[in-house]
Design a protein around this ligand. Structure first.
Ligand code: SF4
Length: 297
């Protein structure tokens, strides 16, 4: 699908020629304009709602932080809870003022098993204060329509990397970049909101980033997350350098400027990026895993 999309990224590529200050200023202006026209809240807080820690991707991804979280029993990610506990956690997140939860598992194949549909339906019915997005990797068309029918508002489906070569360098198994592009099309067909983006700092070029921004622009996303690669201990990529914050900020700023109808851009809970750049380029979505974890303890 990547090859047949016929994307011309030349205009987006030209934005990368701008100096930092001009680029960040343009991004901030684009952010203010879209919010003044969109009639939506100025910011949004999102938190994960883990359904299970299962994943059928084989071999597993070389950067997989879930493997690290599972080994370390990381507080923010409680795995394999019964449905009643998942629903309780949804109430807990809404009580904290979280606006949006993304129901997550590893990749369970292209056809989402029925128990996940049942879980989404139960959460949707029990906790109407939370806007529910699904984080399931690439699914088939039927699964998208099934999820829409049980109340899912949108899908969080990242491209992971806009370069096929880079994608397979850290994700040797499981679904492909083409599958993910198709999944965005299915999300749109099913009438759900699209939340997408990609990781930076994994060897992608400026041309790759420009192509990725143009590709996601095709789907008119409601939210975008362009996030830094962060190495985790005990993974095969533990020694790979973390993404450069300035490169991350510049890719986000180009995307913010180009995607001038997308209300929300999310940053990771990476303090260095938040402190240096997030406000300057109009990042207005946050991942609230830290707050959720602290309040649980
Ligand atoms: S899809 Fe990859 S990164 Fe995600 S849980 Fe599975 S192995 Fe880990």
């Amino acid at each position: 699908m990547r090859e047949t999309m016929g994307i011309d990224a030349s205009e987006t590529r030209s934005l990368f020629k701008e100096a930092d200050d001009a680029l960040f200023f343009a991004a901030c202006e684009a952010s203010q304009q879209v919010l003044s026209h969109a009639g939506v809240p100025a910011s949004v807080k999102a938190s994960p709602l883990i359904l299970t820690g299962d994943c059928r991707t084989r071999p597993i991804c070389r950067h997989c932080k879930w493997e690290y979280f599972k080994a370390e029993s990381y507080d923010s990610f409680v795995l394999d809870r019964p449905l009643s506990e998942i629903v309780d956690h949804a109430h807990y997140l809404a009580d904290l003022g979280i606006d949006r939860a993304f129901t997550a598992t590893g990749w369970m194949g292209y056809r989402l098993p029925n128990e996940y549909l049942d879980a989404v339906a139960a959460i949707h019915d029990a906790e109407p204060r939370l806007q529910l997005f699904g984080l399931f990797g690439a699914l088939d068309r039927q699964s998208h329509f099934d999820l829409a029918s049980v109340g899912l508002a949108g899908m969080l489906t990242s491209l992971e990397s806009p370069s096929d070569e880079v994608y397979r360098s850290f994700r040797p198994g499981g679904d492909s970049l083409d599958d993910r592009l198709r999944a965005l099309e299915y999300t749109r067909e099913a009438g759900m909101s699209i939340w997408t983006g990609f990781l930076v700092g994994l060897g992608e070029t400026e041309d790759d980033a420009a192509w990725g921004i143009e590709a996601i622009a095709r789907f008119e996303p409601e939210s975008v997350s362009i996030l830094p690669f962060v190495p985790f201990p005990d993974t095969p990529m533990a020694n790979h350098p973390a993404a450069d914050p300035l490169w991350l900020a510049r890719v986000n700023a180009v995307a913010r400027t180009r995607l001038d109808r997308t209300p929300y851009f999310f940053s990771d809970h990476d303090q260095k990026f938040d402190r240096l750049y997030a406000e300057r380029i109009g990042i207005n979505g946050s991942y609230e895993t830290g707050i959720a974890a602290r309040a649980r303890s």
